[in-house]
Design a protein around this ligand. Structure first.
Ligand code: CAA
Length: 629
């Protein structure tokens, strides 16, 4: 499903931000408000946000003009008829939203995909206003949408896989970090976020602590700059109140707005943040809020609304918490987390999810993976999934990657691998923070480097070819990893380089060796010795990447290539790969002898008989990958 033109219905605070981020993704963006006055106001908001970006040096005037040129306003819904995707971002009113979708359904071409930015209603309910629920999902942006990278991409039971994939890839192309969420009340993040602030206010109801004590204790416990009371004053009391009411209606009494929240809403005032912090009461506050957040997060995972990794990402990226609930539980120990939940279970029986009890019984912490392995037919997708650190290679990541590669090696059904990165980076290098922490122990640094070298060797020696789909920064160890792959396809926005000498170190995962072999001594020297980054086109020109494609085409191009490789005789492919690799260590005569041996082995495979017979029979071959007899 190709996306060129995106409609945004509503150009208020959220809608204008969404329209701007869509335009920043390079999509033709048509934003609609019902009146010229509202439209002008919304467009002005975008214009001034872009101008501020230039003033603060965050963007250039040329880029501002480029983004602005992608945006067109209209008051006529009919102008959205040919959009590939329409995002609704109007006021949080169920009937109004349904009316918009019913109208869009009548107007838009049959293939247009719809997404709602609702935060409190079920997507399925809104989708039911259309005759195309299979083409409706949720795109839940976080405030402020231009800056906040988190995007909850929501699928209902009816959302077609292709439509969901389209929404995910749209999210990525417009610079967001999507998390995959099942349609349910509050989705993933609001579910624990609303419980978090509501419980903070219940503590006030119960007289456990005063407002400044609660705010300070929560900031310390969750690593935040702003506690719940201050945050509500900034984001709006009605929003906080209505969100809690909405979850009470859809989930139950646990979310009923705390007494002081209701009173504040009814009075139309803000929290009075003055007063003394009472240090003696901070622990009780922290314990209660940690218990609530961790319990609700575990429930979200238990219900399959989102994975533990995505819940944590929702907290760290969307809410800017220092750690997500599952990482917090791992840090404090799951037994302690469970013990803290005792009083909440007493007040709200059934609060503690079975998933948490089972995890405690297993004696293991939560597994929070930074490397995802997905096998789709003959193709394995390995995705570096630590976007909050630009997929930097720490020892945890390296161990997980090693494990994923071992699984691929053992899986004879897999015939090609695509390796890519989540978010803005392919891999922005080895983890500088981890290396710095290890620096006092040279043996530990060497061990870390050897681990990395071993993983890159695993990639190189994998029987299945590995395609690096370089979606963004490929720096230092990230570029070294890409160079260990067999083929490199880069998005036109990718940036590559070896910044090591600028950090006082040198490439340590084979950069001097593999870059020189691929691009020659002159090119490698310039890159390594200056530490300068180069763009994708330059990387292709000097032979570091095979080809450059537009960002939306990256994964499809890699997939087409992988499919072609996967359609060939697996043993012939694996042995060809080994023979090509042998050129890195063997002189020509020995390389030719190596090739002769491998070629003789391939000649003895049933796939050679099949491949040649298929040619003679003028039919496509059916390869089995059976080893030489
Ligand atoms: N290690 C650890 N963390 C990293 C990282 C790395 N290599 N690269 C980025 N991050 C983290 C940042 O610290 C930041 O996290 P916090 O917000 O918690 O601080 C997050 O990723 C986002 O990064 P930035 O805010 O810096 O993003 P940006 O868009 O402003 O800049 C960048 C992007 C130019 C890539 C910049 O992040 C950067 O220069 N990163 C370091 C690149 C580098 O030097 N790589 C080589 C590492 S050494 C190596 O790889 C040795 C080897 O051969 C084994």
């Amino acid at each position: 499903m190709d996306i060129k033109t995106v409609g945004v219905v509503g150009c208020g605070l959220m809608g204008s931000g969404i329209a701007q981020t869509v335009a920043e993704g390079g999509f033709t963006t048509i934003v609609r408000e019902p009146t010229q006055e509202l439209l002008d106001k919304g467009l002005e908001r975008i214009r001034s946000f872009l101008a501020k970006g230039v003033d603060k040096g965050k963007t250039t005037p040329a880029r501002r003009d480029e983004v602005w040129a992608c945006i067109r306003g209209t008051t006529d819904m009919a102008d959205l008829a040919d959009c590939d995707l329409v995002i609704e971002a109007i006021v949080e009113n169920r009937d109004a939203k349904k009316a918009v979708f019913a109208e869009l359904d009548r107007i838009c071409k049959p293939s247009t995909v719809f997404a709602t930015n609702t935060s409190s209603f079920r997507v399925a309910e809104i989708a039911a206003a259309t005759k195309r629920p299979h083409l409706v999902g949720g795109l839940h942006y976080f405030y402020p949408p231009v800056i906040n990278k988190l995007l909850e991409v929501i699928r209902t039971n009816d959302t077609a896989p292709e439509a969901f994939e389209m929404l995910l890839s749209f999210g990525r192309l417009s610079g967001k970090l999507p998390i995959l969420v099942r349609d349910s009340p509050g989705f993933a993040v609001n579910r624990f976020f609303i419980a978090w602030y509501n419980e903070a206010i219940r503590l006030l109801d119960e007289g456990v602590a005063n407002i400044p004590t609660i705010d300070v204790a929560v900031c310390e416990a969750f690593g935040l700059g702003m506690g719940p009371y201050k945050l509500i004053n900034v984001s709006g009391v009605p929003l906080a109140y209505h969100a809690a009411v909405s979850l009470t209606e859809s989930i139950g009494d646990f979310y009923r707005p705390a007494r002081h929240l209701r009173q504040l809403y009814e009075s139309g005032q803000l929290w009075d943040l003055s007063g003394e912090v009472d240090p003696a009461r901070k622990q009780a506050v922290a314990d209660r809020l940690l218990a609530v957040v961790c319990g609700v997060a575990a429930r979200v995972a238990e219900e399959g609304v989102a994975t533990v990794e995505d819940v944590d990402r929702g907290a760290t990226i969307g809410l800017r918490w220092a750690k997500g609930p599952f990482a917090i539980m791992n840090d404090m120990g799951l037994e302690r987390a469970l013990a803290l939940m005792g009083p909440i279970e007493d007040a709200h029986p059934g609060f503690i999810p079975d998933l948490l009890r089972q995890q405690v019984a297993s004696g293991q912490p939560w597994t929070l993976r930074h490397v995802r392995l997905a096998i789709d037919g003959a193709i394995a997708h390995i995705t570096m999934s630590r976007p909050e650190a630009l997929n930097a290679l720490g020892s945890k990541v390296l161990h997980e990657l090693k494990d994923a590669l071992a699984q691929v090696r053992a899986n004879r059904a897999v015939r090609a691998v695509i390796l890519s990165g989540e978010g803005d980076a392919f891999i922005a290098g080895a983890d500088i923070k981890e290396m710095q922490a290890l620096a006092a122990r040279p043996a530990a640094i060497r061990e870390f480097t050897e681990l990395g070298l071993g993983v890159l060797r695993d990639i190189e020696t994998l029987p299945q070819p590995v395609i690096a789909a370089i979606n963004g920064f490929a720096l230092g160890g990230g570029l070294e990893l890409a160079l260990a792959c067999d083929i490199r396809i880069a998005s036109s926005t990718a940036r590559l380089g070896f910044p090591e000498v600028g950090l006082g170190i040198m490439p340590g995962l084979g950069g001097t060796q593999r870059a020189t072999r691929l691009a020659g001594r002159g090119v490698a020297s310039e890159l390594v010795l200056t530490g300068d980054l180069i763009g994708a086109e330059e990387a292709a020109r000097v032979g570091l990447v095979n080809r450059v494609v537009a960002p939306p085409q990256l994964m499809a191009t890699a997939r087409r290539l992988a499919d072609r490789i996967a359609s060939r005789a697996p043993v012939a492919v694996a042995k060809s790969k080994a023979a090509i690799l042998a050129t890195q260590r063997l002189p020509l005569d020995e390389g030719l002898a190596f090739e002769l041996d491998r070629s003789s082995e391939v000649m003895a495979t049933p796939d050679r008989v099949e491949g040649m017979q298929a040619f003679i029979d003028k039919r496509p071959p059916v390869f089995t990958g059976t080893e030489p007899q």
